[in-house]
Design a protein around this ligand. Structure first.
Ligand code: ATP
Length: 373
């Protein structure tokens, strides 16, 4: 089922007659979610992600704008008529019911013709349980399950009515690191198998990048960029998006363009063809540095962190906006030996990988340049 949001706005009223403190949680959001895709809604706390999900589910009504499921305008439909499945962060299972009873619950609540026979219900519950691989735990109570298993029950319960759209709000937040990775892969597998259009809310960029077909990055209710995860990472539209995606985060310098060359401090570090003279922010991904004795960018070595496959070289540069410059170089590059034994404060020189370097307007913070691949 394709889901389309048109100029969707949600305002929460403020207090008193003057409506002081009114919040625009979602601001004229346009989004097309292709049928069968998994979309990750991403952004810092308070950016409006959950509000978007609650608008799609019908738990909240929009102040303006429309929501379409396929051809049908569902803006005014109550949640139970939308054919959605919802999973929240706190699994919200009924503690006194077994796993089976929890999964059966949405079916038992159906009225009239929509209510399947008992036999059909049991079959559907069994299918949903199999899909999330908890069919061996049907007689347990939620308290007898691990966090990951509880979340699977919550997903099975959301799937049992075969929803047209599955909505997941921070479904992995309560799980420990290892289980988070396992469960997010599970969610991806289930989504691929069922082909249910799925919207997934998270503040964790790595989580969203790893499983989504499309990511939507939001800030203060406004969509900043929509695209495939790699595209958005490789071509961020603005500084906010560039900073939000990537671990370790992008390095930012104050720089300037003069005569089509990019300067950081006094050093001309890259050609910047087609860019007029301007003060800019320079974003350099950590993997965009090459250790090179004749490289144009000089930094002062702080420390080296060895992480197996990669080595992080942490250094300082007066033009850096962040406290340190964090670059990642392959452990195989022979230079690291010398670095590891080098004294703190020693000069390290880098060449920059052009397509890992972005320039942003100092005022608008919009991207104005990306180095050639
Ligand atoms: P988080 O990751 O912390 O859950 P979020 O991105 O999901 O954040 P929302 O919960 O959608 O953010 O909230 C968006 C904005 O709307 C916030 O500023 C929040 O304070 C405000 N807000 C949300 N619900 C209400 C409400 N019922 N009344 C007033 N303001 C609200």
């Amino acid at each position: 089922m394709e889901v389309v949001l048109r100029e969707l706005t949600k305002k929460f009223p403020g207090r008193g007659r003057k409506n002081r403190g009114e919040v625009t949680a979602v601001d004229r959001m346009d989004l097309e979610i292709p049928d069968g895709s998994l979309v990750g809604l991403l952004g810092p706390s308070g950016c409006g992600k959950s509000t978007v999900l609650n608008l799609i589910s019908g738990l909240l009504g929009p102040t303006e704008g429309r929501i379409l499921f396929g051809e049908e305008d569902v803006t005014l439909l109550p949640p139970e008529k939308r054919g959605i499945g919802l999973v929240f962060q706190n699994y919200a299972l009924y503690p006194h019911m077994t796993v089976k009873q929890n999964i059966l619950f949405p079916l038992e609540n159906l009225k009239g013709k929509a209510r399947p026979s008992r036999e059909e219900m049991l079959k559907k519950a069994e299918e949903a349980a199999k899909l999330v691989q908890i069919d061996g735990l049907m007689d347990r109570k939620p308290s007898e399950l691990s966090g990951g298993q509880q979340q699977r029950v919550a997903i099975a319960r959301a799937l049992v009515k075969r929803p047209q759209v599955l909505l997941l709000d921070e479904p992995l937040s309560n799980l420990d690191a290892r289980l988070r990775i396992q469960t997010r892969e599970e969610i991806r597998r289930i989504q691929r198998e069922t082909k249910i259009t799925t919207v997934f809310v998270t503040h964790d960029q790595e989580e969203a990048m790893s499983i989504s077909d499309l990511i939507v990055v939001m800030r203060e209710g406004v969509v900043q960029q929509t695209g495939r995860p790699q595209e958005v990472y490789d071509s961020p539209d603005n500084l906010f998006v560039a900073k939000f995606l990537g671990t370790p985060p992008i390095n930012v310098f104050c720089g300037r363009v003069r005569d089509h060359r990019l300067y950081i401090g006094e050093e001309a570090v890259l050609p910047a063809d087609g860019v007029s003279d301007a003060e800019v922010y320079v974003g350099v991904r950590p993997e965009g540095f090459r250790l090179c004795e004749t490289g144009p960018l000089s930094c002062s070595l702080d420390r080296v962190e060895v992480m197996g496959r990669d080595v992080s070289v942490i250094s300082e540069n007066a033009a850096s906006v962040n406290a340190v410059v964090r670059s990642i170089v392959g452990a195989e590059s022979g230079l690291t030996e010398a670095l590891l034994s080098g004294p703190k404060g020693r000069e390290v020189r880098f060449a920059l990988v052009p397509h890992k370097v972005f320039l942003f307007d100092r005022e608008t913070e919009q991207r104005i340049f990306r180095g050639e691949h």
